[in-house]
Design a protein around this ligand. Structure first.
Ligand SMILES: O=P(O)(O)O[C@H]1[C@H](O)[C@@H](O)[C@H](O)[C@H](O)[C@@H]1O
Ligand SMILES: [Mg+2]
Ligand SMILES: [Mg+2]
Length: 280
């Protein structure tokens, strides 16, 4: 039977590469920075331009598909994951990095069917690394197969996380308590690239054992989640159990032992889901 989703994946890879060129080009110019939910939730015209490019080009080829894009949602579009083929787009994952020319910036495109990610594309534009995964067919970086780390001892692990773009004092308190718990296990180190998508590709590549965060959105992790699982890793909710793409919480790890050990140390909290009804 013909592989019906391969042409969508090929298109995602091609448009992510084109988007990456735009991002690299924009780094040479002055960047106009705007804010969204708060003073440290940044957006630029390049985020918006890249999202438009990805959505317009995919709509032309696949007019029946649906789209969830970070900047479209910020502009008021709904964020409902249905069973229909859906492109889940973060045009620039790591906008704060992009604004400061901190060299980890990704274009992230996930594609779901029946609410399951079918393929994921993360293009780390400044490193020129194209991470791809297709359900059941493995994960790759620039065509080379990826494999998570074999480490099962948390004390020998590097764990990635981020502080997010909210500065709500109660949430910060939970975040710092989790961070302290994990650092003092002790682990070898805690790192953060400044982008959920690249952190997940680091798990898939075997460079870090795990990544966790509360506060991410579906567009940050849709593509990366498949890249991690196809590289042999596991996904979990921060309280254990199945990861829910719309819940704004994730643990991605090389194996269940490491994931469950991290879960024990996370001081969890709940945020409004991505698919919560829009407030009027
Ligand atoms: O807004 P962009 O697309 O740059 O993405 C987010 C990152 O991916 C998070 O891990 C990170 O913690 C931040 O919340 C950041 O906003
Ligand atoms: Mg993002
Ligand atoms: Mg973004």
């Amino acid at each position: 039977m013909a592989d019906v989703w391969q042409s969508a994946m090929d298109h995602a890879v091609a448009v992510a590469r084109k988007a990456g060129e735009i991002v690299r080009g924009a780094l040479k110019d002055e960047r106009t920075v705007m804010t969204k939910s708060c003073a440290v939730d940044l957006v630029t015209q390049t985020d918006q331009k890249v999202e438009q490019l990805i959505i317009q080009s995919a709509k032309e080829k696949f007019p029946t598909h649906r789209f969830i894009g970070e900047e479209s949602v910020a502009a008021g579009e709904s964020c409902i994951l249905s069973d229909d083929p859906t492109w889940i787009i973060d045009p620039i994952d790591g906008t704060t990095n992009f604004v400061h020319a901190f060299p980890f910036v990704a274009v992230s495109i996930g594609f779901s069917i029946n609410k399951q990610v079918e393929f994921g594309v993360v293009y780390s534009c400044l490193e020129d690394k194209m991470f791809t995964a297709r359900r059941g067919k493995g994960a790759f970086c620039n065509g080379e197969a990826l494999q998570v780390s074999e480490q099962a001892d948390i004390h020998q692990a590097i764990v990635a996380t981020e502080f997010g773009s909210s500065r709500d004092p109660a949430a910060m308190d939970h975040i710092f308590r989790s961070l302290r718990n994990i650092l003092c296990l002790p682990v070898h180190g805690v790192r953060g690239a400044g982008t959920a998508a690249i952190n997940m590709c680091l798990v898939a590549s075997g460079c870090v054992e795990a990544y966790y965060e509360i506060g991410i959105h579906v567009w940050d992790v849709a593509a990366g989640s498949l890249i991690v699982s196809e590289a042999g890793g596991v996904l979990m909710d921060v309280e254990g159990g199945d990861m829910d793409l719309m819940s704004r919480r994730i643990v991605a790890a090389n194996n269940t032992t490491i994931a469950e050990r991290i879960v024990k140390e996370i001081v969890s909290f709940t945020l409004q889901r991505d698919d919560a009804p829009l407030q009027s």
